[in-house]
Write a protein that binds this ligand. Structure first.
Ligand SMILES: Nc1ncnc2c1ncn2[C@@H]1O[C@H](COP(=O)(O)OP(=O)(O)O)[C@@H](O)[C@H]1O
Ligand SMILES: CC(C)(COP(=O)(O)O)[C@@H](O)C(=O)NCCC(=O)O
Ligand SMILES: [K+]
Length: 279
């Protein structure tokens, strides 16, 4: 069995994958700031023969996790951002500084599409672009929905951001604090993503496939105008691509890869952008 770990700033996600059949056997998550309890939080280590890790939390979290696991498991792969991997050339001036979760979703996206934009909606919202040919452009980092909401300190901490609007509709003005914050934060996130997508496609002269991942991907998806797909397991898919262990992975088949809709035409994307800049 393979244990895959995706340690984010909020949640540490894990899943168990069968090494022979490539099936996902179980999955779970614990809060990153809390101590891991082997046995209670992590699945039975005796069945695990390899571990693959993506970590963007404090390095102590990773060190603790690895020291806990390495007495029990032979193979531990820890992903790092590099200058180049799997045909993707890291766009950062200092490649090692790119968050490894961003690097992994860029690799997975490129493997699936041959060039795309990836939006990871977690503690932070990150947007990364890889062009056909493999050039990663760098990207954008903005606070995630929860961070934006909590930074206001208006007592809406416990309220989930889930504006009750139809897909494609813009949330209207709130008539109470919860709705005002909810709608404001949501609009900030989706407006930024829609704009970044159009500007990037316009600037690079290409209608890019668009992929969403992360804990808030489904709710953000409702406000994203261009055709796109949600791929919850994208960080894990990057780990599969970088450290292939099963037959399916070695053949380049990434778990949970979605079917991508045809992107809108570049003319249409540009028309939307021209309309926005008139306002
Ligand atoms: N059950 C849940 N528990 C906690 N956060 C959730 C849950 N479902 C969705 N979320 C949202 O997902 C975000 C965490 O997403 P995730 O991609 O796991 O972040 P990270 O990788 O930064 O830890 C939270 O900030 C929250 O807005
Ligand atoms: C931007 C991030 C905080 C996003 O982390 P997440 O929201 O997934 O927990 C993470 O990718 C990170 O720490 N990056 C290093 C800085 C950079 O990518 O430039
Ligand atoms: K993120």
């Amino acid at each position: 069995m393979i244990l895959d770990l995706d340690i984010g700033n909020t949640l540490s996600k894990w899943r168990l994958k069968d090494r022979t059949t490539s099936e996902i056997r179980s999955r779970g998550a614990v809060w990153t700031r809390e101590q891991w309890r082997p046995g209670a939080d992590i699945p039975d280590l005796d069945v695990i023969t390899a571990i693959r890790i993506s970590n963007v939390a404090r390095s102590e979290v990773l060190e603790q996790t690895v020291s806990l696991l390495k007495r029990r498991v032979a193979t531990i792969h820890v992903a790092r951002s590099r200058r180049e991997a799997l045909g993707v050339i890291n766009g950062y001036e200092e490649p090692g500084r790119l968050g490894v979760d961003r690097w992994l979703v860029s690799l997975a996206g490129y493997q699936l599409t041959g060039g795309c934009m990836v939006v990871d909606c977690g503690s932070a919202i990150t947007v990364d672009t890889v062009l056909p040919g493999g050039a990663h452009l760098g990207g954008y980092i903005l606070p995630g929905l929860r961070l934006m909401k909590e930074s206001l300190q208006l007592g809406t901490r416990k309220v989930a951001i889930d504006p009750d609007v139809e897909p494609g509709a813009v949330p209207g003005p709130g008539r109470n604090t919860i709705d005002a914050v909810n709608h404001g934060v949501y609009l900030a996130a989706i407006s930024a993503i829609n704009r970044i997508y159009s500007e990037t496609c316009d600037g690079e002269n290409i209608a890019l496939p668009l992929l969403l991942t992360g804990g808030d991907a489904r709710v953000v998806s409702r406000g994203i105008e261009p055709p796109h797909a949600v791929w919850p397991d994208m960080v894990y898919a990057g780990l599969e691509a970088l450290f292939p262990l099963t037959v399916a992975e070695r053949a380049g088949r990434l778990a949970g890869a979605p079917v991508l809709p045809e992107p809108a035409s570049l003319e249409r994307i540009r028309a939307g952008l021209a309309f926005t800049s008139l306002l």
